[in-house]
Design a protein around this ligand. Sequence first.
Ligand SMILES: C[S@@+](CC[C@H](N)C(=O)[O-])C[C@H]1O[C@@H](n2cnc3c(N)ncnc32)[C@H](O)[C@@H]1O
Ligand SMILES: [Zn+2]
Length: 427
Amino acid sequence: MDSRLLDALQCPLCKNVFRKRKRGRSDRGSDFGVIECRCSEFPVVAGIPILRNDALTEHVKDVILNDNPSVALHLLLNRPTNFLPGRPSLAKLASKVRHLPDPFSLVSRYLTGGATIESQFNSVESIDTFDEAVRTVGITNRYCQYLLHRPFAQSFWNCHAVLPLVTAETGPVLDYGGGWGHTAQLLKIATSRPIFSLEVDFKPLYFTKRYLEPETKGVIIERGNDLPFSEDAFKTLIDLDGFHYVHNKNGTASEYERVTRADGSILLLHTHNSNINERANFGAPLRASEYAECFSRETIGVPERDFLTDFVTASDTYTASDTSVSETQEFNFFIGHDEVSIDWTDHPLSNPSGEFTLNPLYEKSANGITRGTVLPAFAREFDLSMEATNEYYSRDEIHDRARELLYKGVLTTLPPTYTSSDRRISI
Ligand SMILES: C[S@@+](CC[C@H](N)C(=O)[O-])C[C@H]1O[C@@H](n2cnc3c(N)ncnc32)[C@H](O)[C@@H]1O
Ligand SMILES: [Zn+2]
């Protein structure tokens, strides 16, 4: 386990530091083990501490103490743990089916919801890419598609837009409700700062470390508990598309303020506004005017769409000193700011060069790249993206407009472990 992560953690219950427990060392080295404080012992699985007190966590801890890391991992991924001796050979057989001509291969894809048959038999541990692995861990085909296209969703563009604010600060960044790692990966590559990610769900954090950004310092927390860090541990806290899902908003807001220095930034990006009913069933959103009341620090709230339109239409700078509460769907809140000022000319990715990964929504051809179809279920989420990106970019355009394509999620900073086909583009 990452020693910098262990050093930064404090127990959410007794507030003491952790140390590694001596017994229970497994054949996987220190990525699997148990950490202890004065009040509790918690398991560490694939380098991720699970700071929870439920029956599953207890079971996982026992399994680790019995030197069975693979079983611990599969318990947390909610996958079968009775590793049948025949499974790997079934996977091999299934991979042959994939190479059969249509309609056999089509039928096999249909039966497995778009996944390859071999991935149904293989353990996630043996799958090399995010796009294949994500289909094996029990989430819907629809959500798999959403995750693959994530950098193209307008809410994700916020992360690009605030990068100059992040680079202006120092020290580690806390990505709260970090999800499947798209944010952690971008923050890491663009700012080189250590990225801590907190999640209530194990799968996304495992995927983050395994496929997107292995250096992410990820921790699983219990909803409603205090955050596992000391006061003023961070200068930047990002919560993208997350705060409306938090049930104890006042308690969480005061925890955000405790772990973030008063001269730092807490950024609540893409926060749903309950004035608009359309998304009433996504989490438990407040009215736009109510979010700021959860915090004691100065807060500026701006409608996301206006902010992003400025960003992608290449404004040089963004400034806001008032909260504008309007009837728009989503808001960005800048907490700890009496004024927001972002210089987009000084953006860490303003002169992209090197290799980038094409968003899986796009197809590469000899002459350029063409956009595919977004599922109707995400039409609202991808509304601005569809409006602001062309359906076709010629080869020359890709090079001339690389910065813009990157900000809009057509190109991504994601590593080759993201998709299985060759989707790398050199700039
Ligand atoms: C819509 S996703 C956003 C993920 C990521 N920030 C992104 O933008 O790609 C919300 C995430 O918050 C997590 N989450 C929900 N409630 C939470 C809570 N109370 N504390 C921490 N994470 C939570 C969920 O597991 C989920 O991964
Ligand atoms: Zn404790």
